[in-house]
Design a protein around this ligand. Structure first.
Ligand SMILES: *Cc1c(COP(=O)(O)O)cnc(C)c1O
Length: 425
């Protein structure tokens, strides 16, 4: 696309945006009586206006029916979780039986590692990206300890080359080959939360399988943000949260994917609970666990319906908009942001902003991470004062994510204009 860093260009793009109606379906936080430029959908997605009604329905049914709501609520709670596979499958590129909404992200990571991190004599190492999200680091470290290993020995963290900001796929694949038969598990983020780099999941999964390791992904920053084809890529497992790009509210119910070739195997070891038990006989409450032969077989507890109601409100919007249209707009919006930042850099005598997110189309989602070479804190403060909601990461990175459901090209232009004004002074 031929981008121009002007308000007219931005408004023209917004006018012809096929998804433009969706912005009005969200509550946009206000600053001095005007819409903020909300660029932190990668951290907490905005609230759909419909969410209140979806939750209200469950509150009303609970008030009206009490325990009978399990069977007679408009959406009977006994089966509430069954509403999700068809909504989540297109977002992560899975078969419906491979996905389940349950628990929260770090909990799911542990549950899936209970199944897929099965260290044995020689093969006990976990390969992951350096600077993984802290919760993931703690999960890997504690899983290693749980099995009697020293994390310093069992957890291998891959960092970018000296002077580079992201990992080269060739280096990841070479490391997988190098550790080979020592690897029990290869686990990466789908999108690195700091740099915004999208990893080549298919290549990583193939390489892991070639050396006999399992391969999983934490999709916290990927679900609802980038194109995913977990089933076709032959990924063993994945998990994600719903409150970032999936707009389902703080701490809302998370998701998990287990490849069909695994979930049809009820003999796979796991942490079990009654909600993962074969449905026909669950209420006979017999001893000896019998797993449901789908991703539901990893469920522990009955469905948290109130948080799931918020999740549904958002996923219904994703279904209405369609992933393909969302990804097309995302690509255009982020392309425009790259252009605006280049334009700002070109106007300065010394470079002010190093964009550390990869430019290649397949290597970024909507998040852009800006390493501030000068005046980082001043810029960040001035952005906040002028109604831009962005995110600061130590030591000097500003992360912004124009998301296609509710951000506009004008948001991106406004963001660039404010930065230019601050740097111009
Ligand atoms: C946001 C995020 C988390 C947060 O974990 P919760 O269990 O939802 O609190 C974990 N891992 C990654 C990669 C994240 O981006």
């Amino acid at each position: 696309m031929n981008y121009q860093n002007t308000l007219e260009f931005a408004r023209q793009q917004d006018a012809t945006d096929p998804l433009k109606e969706f912005r009005s379906r969200f509550h946009i936080p206000q600053h001095n009586g005007r819409d903020t430029v909300y660029f932190t959908g990668n951290s907490l997605g905005l609230q759909p206006k419909a969410t209140r009604d979806y939750i209200g329905q469950e509150l009303d049914d609970w008030a009206r029916l009490g325990v009978e709501g399990h069977f007679h609520a408009q959406n009977p709670w006994l089966h509430y979780h069954e509403l999700f596979p068809s909504l989540l499958a297109p977002i992560v590129g899975a078969l419906p039986e491979e996905v389940v909404a349950m628990n929260q992200l770090t909990v799911n990571l542990h549950l899936l590692m209970a199944t897929f991190y099965r260290p044995a004599k020689e093969r006990y190492k976990i390969l992951c990206e350096a600077k993984a999200f802290p919760s993931d680091q703690y999960a890997f470290e504690s899983q290693a300890r749980l099995h009697g290993y020293e994390p310093a020995d069992a957890v291998i963290e891959l960092a970018p080359r000296e002077g580079e900001y992201h990992l080269r796929t060739e280096d990841i694949l070479a490391a997988i080959d190098q550790y080979g038969h020592e690897l029990a598990l290869v686990i990466f983020g789908g999108v690195n939360y700091y740099s915004g780099q999208v990893f080549n999941m298919q290549a990583i999964a193939d390489a892991a399988h070639n050396v006999g390791a399992f391969c999983g992904f934490d999709l916290a920053h990927a679900a609802g943000n980038i194109a995913l084809r977990l089933h076709d890529w032959d990924v063993d497992f994945a998990c994600w949260c719903s409150y970032k790009y999936l707009n389902s509210g703080p701490g809302s119910v998370a998701g998990a994917f287990i490849h069909q070739k695994h979930c049809t195997n009820p003999a796979l070891p796991r942490m079990a609970g009654w909600w993962g038990y074969e449905k026909e006989t669950r209420f006979q409450m017999k001893p000896l666990f019998k797993a449901i032969p789908t991703a539901e077989g990893w469920q522990l507890s009955n469905a948290p319906v109130l948080s799931m109601a918020a999740h549904r409100a958002s996923l219904d919007l994703f279904a209405e908009a369609g992933m393909e249209a969302l990804l097309a707009k995302s690509s255009a919006l982020t392309g425009f942001l790259f252009h605006v930042l280049d334009d700002i850099n070109a106007a300065q005598e010394v470079k002010m902003i190093e964009v550390i997110t990869p430019r290649a189309e397949e290597a970024h989602g909507c998040q852009v991470s800006m390493l501030m070479l000068q005046k980082g804190r001043d810029v960040f403060k001035a952005l906040s004062d002028r109604g831009v909601v962005a995110d600061w990461r130590e030591p000097n990175v500003i992360r912004v994510a124009p998301v296609p459901l509710y951000n506009s090209f004008e948001d991106v232009w406004t963001f660039g204009k404010i930065i230019s004004e601050i740097l111009g002074k």
